[in-house]
Design a protein around this ligand. Structure first.
Ligand code: C2E
Ligand code: MG
Ligand code: MG
Length: 722
């Protein structure tokens, strides 16, 4: 084997490992080989640095025995080259230096040598030295691998680590912790206080407390908190900290893992959000509201002050949904919710000035129902104030998709504990009060009172009675005359339903028609009305010997329930009434909300020869342009507009616009609820065709109208001042 060359590859299996012996002195190599093989090593030789690098690549030895002084590449350069090569980074290198050659020893360590051994070598102990160096190198390698694995696992688990030495207040942080805290390269908190600065203000005290607990005897603490990272992002971390003690029981260090649980928390937050918030408005939902209410009612701090629940019911949402579509309805709800929130918030400011620790909560239950929790109120009048502001705010027109929409709200209030001392009771009573406000004309806000409960009971009784009313013949029709404004002649009458209750006397349709709709009785009642009115119209026709129109109200339910066309046909056939003398009054929402099928129903009805009028016109929509598309003959302007003219510029403008638009579409316009001469004059100047109202004729029994018709020519003249 030539110097500078490489020995044969070892043939027997190594016991200790493979040693690469690098020396330019052939004798040295020979002696080393003998000694090492005796000690169980497999030996590979190289005669200079360059050959050593080649041999290293080829044989991947477990340990290198390297001479310092060699031609070409000396030992230091060879060692450095080994360390720089990927494979030789961790392989132990033992350098052979001259005895007491301190400079070489230092240079050897600088070059990356693991250890040194003095020349001349003691052949007996060389094997032992290499054996030990190999053993520790293997232990080190195992540690390195397991640390790499750990670091990898920590990275995957987003698990950081810190260790704190209380004595010196020194803090060590792992790389993964620095990544979680988004620390720039080379930065890390140097003390516990610096670490605490990353913890969210509200939790910082608690964080330090948990460490204090460890110092004063607790061995483990678990704590989850929010941090703000060096980059300003917010994260959730879970910390598990433990204390380590010395023999005297003194805490020598505190070690802690930190797990980034932001994603879990965010996912949980999202689930929580979906469960507790209304997606459309972002307000708390029913569940979240009820839970809060429960908590507050149990909290002694709230028990002494006034707490109230306010139910806010938007009155027009269904109509908007039906006619303008769900998207528009959603938009309306969103806008309304903003108004409610800002209303409650501004009253909040007042409350804040007066009294600390108030808390109001607005939530959306579903559809058109909002519920507000008012707490820490100075007195109950404050509730009424808020309700009033709410009512006003919601009465302002809404702009949805370029359409102006008017909404009214019914508000019901339940006060704790007067109106209930459980959340369920309080909510139910506030709801009941809102329903009552809705039913009570001209009233948008209602406090709950015991009597409302009685009202609910009374309604139940009424329901039973209503079912029997038809059979018992308790229903009657009144007829209210309709006049041509031009000459005050009677041109027709509207049939208006009454219920003569055996105990309660005459009941208004405003009370029992909605009830009849709810319990499905409206179809039978409606059929009876149509038959009766048609028979009566035919009787007047014969009596007067000229056509006389009778208007019949058709409820939304009745129209949408199918079967209406057949009912109308039967009534016409049964009475032999000329269809031209029958006018059906439908509501705005039914007509504007009609789908294709319903539109064709309308056309079919009209094809029978009768007339269609839109009743209570103007209450639903201000978008008049819509009308052109619908097969109708007449508009009846709602009483609420006529009531305020002349006088209210806004209502005057609206009535003027309705009349003008009706005319442009070739529709007859009837004004409802004319009560004064001024109203009549105003309508006359607009060219409105017809009117109906208490001024010239209240609803009356058929016989009375007959008498009225006989004298009407005279009466009309008298009225006109002629
Ligand atoms: P509507 O169809 O708008 O009827 C006009 C209402 O205004 C009637 O109330 C009438 O009495 C009242 N009214 C007429 N002129 C004046 C006035 O100058 N001043 C005031 N303050 N009120 C006036 P009524 O009879 O109580 O009917 C209320 C509503 O009940 C009707 O409003 C209609 O929507 C419904 N209705 C009445 N009869 C029937 C019916 O047979 N079937 C259905 N489905 N609904 C009916
Ligand atoms: Mg009507
Ligand atoms: Mg009307």
């Amino acid at each position: 084997m030539a110097a500078g060359g490489v020995s044969e590859a070892p043939s027997r299996a190594p016991r200790q490992g493979v040693v690469l012996v690098v020396d330019d002195d052939h004798t040295m190599r020979l002696l080393a080989r003998q000694a090492l093989e005796r000690a169980g090593f497999v030996v590979v030789e190289a005669g200079d640095g360059q050959a050593a690098l080649a041999a290293f690549r080829e044989h991947a030895p477990d340990v290198v025995l390297l001479d310092v002084q060699m031609p070409k590449l000396d030992g230091f350069e060879t060692c450095r080259a080994l360390r720089d090569s990927g494979a030789g980074r961790f392989t132990p290198v033992m350098m052979m230096t001259g005895l007491d050659d301190l400079e070489s020893i230092e240079k050897a360590y600088d070059a990356g040598a693991t250890d040194f051994i003095n020349k001349p070598l003691n052949w007996l102990i060389l094997g032992h030295r290499l054996e030990y160096i190999l053993r520790s190198s293997r232990a080190f390698e195992r540690l390195r691998v397991s640390q790499a694995k750990l670091a990898n696992a920590q990275r995957i688990a987003r698990l950081g680590y810190w260790e704190w030495v209380p004595g010196s207040d020194r803090l060590y942080c792992s790389g993964q912790l620095r990544r979680i805290f988004e620390l720039p390269q080379g930065h890390q908190p140097g003390s516990l206080q610096e670490l605490a600065l990353f913890v969210h203000e509200d939790q910082r005290g608690h964080f330090l407390d948990t460490i204090q607990d460890l110092l004063s005897g607790k061995s483990v603490t678990d704590f989850e908190y929010r941090i703000r990272t060096a980059q300003g992002t917010e994260r959730y971390v879970r910390q598990h900290a433990e204390s380590l003690h010395d023999d005297q029981g003194q805490v020598t260090r505190v070690t802690s893992t930190i797990q980034d649980v932001t994603e879990q928390r965010e996912a949980e937050e999202k689930v929580r959000y979906l469960a507790y918030y209304d997606g459309l408005t972002g307000l708390p939902n029913r569940r979240s509201f009820t839970e809060t209410l429960q908590r507050i009612l149990r909290d002694p701090r709230f028990r002494n002050d006034s707490t109230a629940v306010m139910f806010v019911d938007l009155d027009r949402l269904n109509q908007v949904n039906e006619s303008l579509g769900r998207t528009a309805g959603d938009e309306l709800v969103r806008q309304a919710s903003q108004r409610i929130v800002s209303c409650v918030r501004s009253t909040d400011m007042v409350a804040r000035a007066a009294q600390q620790n108030h808390q109001h909560l607005v939530s959306r239950f579903d559809g058109d129902e909002f519920v507000i929790l008012l707490t820490k109120l100075s007195d109950i009048d404050a509730t009424a104030h808020i309700a009033q502001r709410l009512g006003e705010a919601l009465a302002e027109p809404f702009d949805v998709d370029g359409q102006t929409i008017f909404v009214t709200a019914s508000i019901g209030i339940g006060v704790f504990s007067h109106d209930g001392d459980s959340p369920e009771q309080l909510l139910r009573n506030a709801h009941l009060a809102a329903e009552h406000a809705k039913e009570t004309e001209g009233q948008s806000c209602q406090f709950y009172t015991e009597s409302l409960n009685e009202a609910a009971r009374a309604r139940l009784v009424l329901e039973t009675d209503l079912r029997r009313a038809l059979i018992r013949g308790e229903l009657e029709l009144r007829y209210q005359p309709q006049f041509a404004i031009a000459d005050n002649s009677v041109v027709g009458a509207e049939a208006l339903l009454r219920w003569r209750h055996p105990e309660q006397g005459l009941i208004s349709p405003a009370t029992f028609v909605p009830l009849a709709e709810e319990i499905g009785l409206i179809h039978e009642i409606g059929e009876w009305v149509l038959e009766t009115a048609c028979l009566q119209a035919q009787a007047w026709q014969e009596e007067l010997a000229h056509p006389f129109r009778v208007g019949v109200n058709i409820s939304n339910r009745q129209f949408l329930g199918n079967g209406l066309i057949a009912t109308v046909r039967r009534a016409l056939a049964g009475s032999r009434l000329d269809p031209r003398s029958l006018e059906l009054e439908l509501t705005e929402s039914v007509i504007l909300g009609a789908d294709d099928n319903e539109l064709s129903q309308l056309s079919e009805l009209r094809a029978l020869g009768l007339k269609l009028a839109i009743d209570d016109f103007g209450t639903g929509y201000s978008s008049l342009g819509y009308l052109a598309e619908f097969p109708v003959d007449a508009l009846k302007i709602d009483r609420s507009f006529i009531r305020d003219v002349p006088g209210s510029p806004q209502k005057e403008a609206l009535v003027r616009a309705i009349v003008a638009m009706g005319h442009s579409l070739d529709l007859r316009v009837t004004a409802e609820g004319v009560e004064t001469d001024e109203q009549l004059d105003f309508l006359r100047t607009l060219g409105c065709e017809e009117q109906q109202g208490f001024l010239m004729g209240r609803p009356m029994p058929a016989e009375e109208l007959s008498a009225f018709l006989d004298g009407s020519a005279e009466g009309a003249r008298r009225h006109a001042g002629g």
